[in-house]
Design a protein around this ligand. Structure first.
Ligand SMILES: CC(C)(COP(=O)(O)OP(=O)(O)OC[C@H]1O[C@@H](n2cnc3c(N)ncnc32)[C@H](O)[C@@H]1OP(=O)(O)O)[C@@H](O)C(=O)NCCC(=O)NCCS
Length: 398
């Protein structure tokens, strides 16, 4: 058992409002993934992990991991599972593949994230209700909370306590959407200015339409292998999983969250991952971070908790350009959830594939991270923000 597991490639569907079923999306992403990695075929896969949040509600389908295996011609004869951890389901799938490989149980795993969310604009209440299921239905649900109204409370409180401005929130959206305009599979691919964000219609004050991620269909896959297998394949680039942390502080309902200004769980999860990866100064050492910007306020809080700046200084961090491609740490060069959209189970897998592609230099130069990135991070929050998951990736094994 080597303990090392590496992403050696992957592929994605187009993301957006797709005239495609759950099965179509899984099959498309699977094919794109195998097409991307020379030397690996469905026959080589021993374990399949599928991140999927609500196929039952959006697509009337459960037991989706065996379904995906059948579609892709995989005999997952050692391990097969679906992971459901709301918006972190994709990262959870990756985490379990990593653990299985680190434990010596597998040499090759396919990690897929798949979500079909659009069922027709006329069913918007149903789509919102489906997403709201990840909150506590009896406490938070009956009070009308959904994604935008929940995160709007964090924005209001952050502005009140720390003087964060409406413009600073809009800067996050503009940065990420402008990156997404250079990302071929992104749901939203047009350039957006700070004024566009400020002028878009209100959803849940202070958040406007362009402060929100959208409702997106999409799927992404990555192949994860042991380092013996990576050596055998002779890959030029690998993204090794160097650390993985998670934290949930006895809270699911918003009533029991430790704070509505910040997420100490993100701090805990990141410190756990940094310890494993030997990262002492994240701002200095991390080149590229794909973080969970489901709403513009989220990225500002994440700068603070991931150790890029002090608590309360996230607004200044974006305003000073420190999260730009050539800043102290490039945040969301893919375009984030704000620009790419957020097909719940697929997001974490897509973030990891982006870090791999940044290492491989396989992104358009217009959104390539400056220098020669070799250390990356992915972050997801889930549910009411009660759980945070952080994974570090490196070009070299630990
Ligand atoms: C914000 C929200 C309510 C908007 O829904 P809506 O009012 O029906 O808006 P639409 O999806 O019809 O979009 C309106 C227009 O804005 C565009 N648009 C929507 N979101 C956009 C975005 N993030 N970036 C750029 N354009 C966007 C759409 O393409 C559409 O353009 P068109 O009129 O040219 O077709 C919905 O996207 C939403 O609920 N988002 C949050 C999802 C969520 O909570 N996820 C879980 C997070 S943890």
């Amino acid at each position: 058992m080597s303990g090392n597991a590496a992403i050696v490639g992957g592929g994605t569907t187009d993301w957006g409002e797709r005239d495609a079923t759950w099965k179509d999306l899984a099959q498309e992403a699977g094919k794109a993934t195998f097409d991307d990695v020379d030397g690996l075929e469905p026959d080589d896969v021993e374990g399949l992990f599928v991140g999927a949040v609500q196929p039952e509600r959006f697509a009337f389908q459960s037991h989706v991991a065996p379904l995906a295996a059948e579609l892709l011609g995989i005999d997952a004869n050692k391990m097969i599972a679906r992971t459901e951890l709301a918006c972190a389901s994709g990262q959870a799938a990756l985490r379990y593949a990593w653990l299985a490989i680190a434990a010596g149980q597998l040499d090759v795993a396919l990690v897929l994230g798949v979500e079909k969310m659009n069922i027709g604009k006329e069913y918007m209440p149903e789509m919102q209700s489906n997403m709201t299921n990840v909150l506590d239905r009896e406490f938070d649900g009956v009070n009308g909370l959904n994604g935008p109204s929940h995160f709007a409370q964090f924005a209001q409180r952050h502005m009140h306590e720390h003087g964060t401005t409406r413009e600073q929130l809009a800067m996050v959206s503009a940065k990420n959407k402008n990156h997404a305009a250079e990302t071929d599979f992104a749901h939203y691919s047009r350039n957006v200015s700070v004024d566009d964000v400020l002028d878009s219609y209100p959803i849940a004050p202070p958040l406007n339409l362009l402060d929100c991620s959208g409702i997106t269909d999409g799927a992404t896959g990555v192949l994860v292998v042991s380092d013996e297998k990576a050596a055998e394949l002779g890959v030029d680039t690998a993204a090794y999983i160097t650390g993985s942390g998670q934290s949930c502080m006895s809270s699911n309902s918003i009533n029991n969250l430790p704070s509505i200004t910040t997420w100490p769980q993100a701090g805990e999860a990141s410190r756990e991952a940094y310890d494993q990866a030997g990262i002492e100064d994240p701002l200095e050492e991390i080149d590229v971070a794909e973080v969970h910007d489901c709403f513009s306020i989220s990225e500002i809080i994440e700068y603070e908790q991931l150790g890029f700046c002090e608590e309360g200084e996230g607004g200044e961090f974006i305003e000073e350009g420190r999260s730009e491609l050539d800043g102290d740490v490039a945040v969301n060069p893919r375009g984030g959830l704000l620009g790419c959209g957020h097909p719940l189970g697929a997001t974490g897998v897509s973030q990891a594939l982006e870090v791999y592609r940044q290492f491989a230099g396989d992104v358009p130069s217009s959104r390539a991270v400056a220098g020669d990135p070799d250390t990356g991070l992915i972050h997801n929050l889930s549910g009411s923000g009660s759980v945070h998951s952080v994974m570090t990736l490196g070009r070299d094994p630990q």
